[in-house]
Design a protein around this ligand. Structure first.
Ligand code: CUA
Length: 353
């Protein structure tokens, strides 16, 4: 074995190792991308199911096209190969088929038919997911939901139920959720991937969409249009539950303020006499600000501040102490609260179930 061959062998081994590592890394990234919600690959609504079906249909069509084209290519390469000493001796020029009408017609018509079929499936799916089903024909429960985009959190209004909440929306399984969206500041985009497509959330213009959840669960939604510093932290949860659970939630949301004692009652006074009322509403009190989230039943929510933090007394205390440390750029200012004020406010807000 001469020096040159040794060098070549070492080079090949190095290349093999690099390729193996790259394949490994790509595989890990691919698998990591599939883990956890929200994934469009695990649809949980009628529209999302149709979109996923269409996606798999396209993937299958593309795979078929790939196999046919690459198969013909590999066949031609091996059948008409000029490489190798023996074959080179035997080789003769293959039949030249320039201008072959049969082949030219075939490779024009077959892809055209193929694309036409995909086009029909696409249009049918688009039609199905954009046409709002009438509630009369299907007869499921209808939920009217008005979504308002704010920098950087979501407001959810249920006009028929007199409920205003934030970051967390509820809907019964199999209900028809008619969604209207608009924004108070910049353009956002409302997207719960497992429920279907995105819809632009535009100031001064109301857009409409709908979904029909088919499985109970908690689904992550997110703003999918860049809208400023905290765009990535403008998330939401959709909680799809049984009709009984939904009705219980509605009842809870419609309940009046509880009678408070101790720290919670003190916290209420701090809240109502402080600057909180300038931005937040609590039904049944003088707090009627509309800049920040409605806090009427904030204690019952699982997440806070555009789903940046889980709603626990500790997290809420940290948020009140320094919101900018948790969500830089958020509209909630540092109010310079004392530890005892924070403790009372947390007791108050967490009691608003
Ligand atoms: Cu709101 Cu991005």
């Amino acid at each position: 074995m001469n020096v040159r061959m040794k060098g070549e062998k070492r080079g090949r081994m190095l290349t093999n190792r690099i390729v193996r590592r790259l394949v490994g890394v790509a595989f890990i990234i691919f698998v990591a991308g599939c883990a956890g919600a929200p994934s469009t690959l695990s649809p949980a609504s009628t529209s999302a199911q149709r979109i996923t079906d269409l996606m798999w249909g396209f993937a299958a069509a593309a795979a078929l096209g790939f196999l046919v084209v690459e198969g013909l290519l590999l066949y031609s390469l091996s059948r008409f190969s000029y490489y190798g000493k023996e074959r080179l001796e035997k080789a003769s020029l293959p039949v030249q088929t320039e201008g072959n009408r049969f082949f030219e017609a075939a490779w024009t018509i077959i892809p055209a038919v193929f694309l036409l079929i995909l086009f029909i499936f696409t249009v049918t799916t688009l039609w199905a997911i954009t046409t709002r089903p009438s509630s009369a024909s299907a007869d499921p429960q209808v939920v009217n939901l008005h979504v308002v985009g704010h920098q950087w959190w979501w407001e959810f209004q249920y006009p028929d139920l007199n409920i205003v909440t934030a970051n967390e929306m509820h809907a019964p399984v199999n209900s028809l959720v008619y969604v209207s969206v608009d924004s108070v500041d910049v353009i956002h985009s409302f997207w719960v991937p497992q429920m279907g497509g995105k819809i632009d959330v535009i100031p001064g213009h109301t857009n409409h969409t709908w979904f029909q959840p088919t499985e109970a669960g908690t689904y992550i939604g997110e703003c999918s249009e860049y809208c400023g510093t905290e765009h990535a932290n403008m998330r939401m949860d959709l909680i799809v539950e049984t009709m009984d659970d939904f009705n219980a939630w509605v009842k809870q949301m419609q309940a009046p303020l509880p009678t408070l004692t101790g720290d919670a009652a003190q916290g209420e006074q701090d809240f109502l006499n402080g600057s909180c009322v300038g931005c937040h509403t609590i039904d049944g009190t003088k707090a009627a600000g509309i800049v920040g989230p409605n806090l009427t039943h904030v204690g019952s929510r699982h997440i806070l501040a555009g789903a940046v933090i889980v709603n626990t007394p500790d997290n809420l205390a940290a948020w009140l102490a320094n919101p900018q440390a948790i969500k830089p750029g958020a509209k909630m200012p540092d109010l310079g609260l004392t530890q005892s004020q924070i403790q009372r406010l947390v007791a108050f807000l967490e009691s608003l179930k």
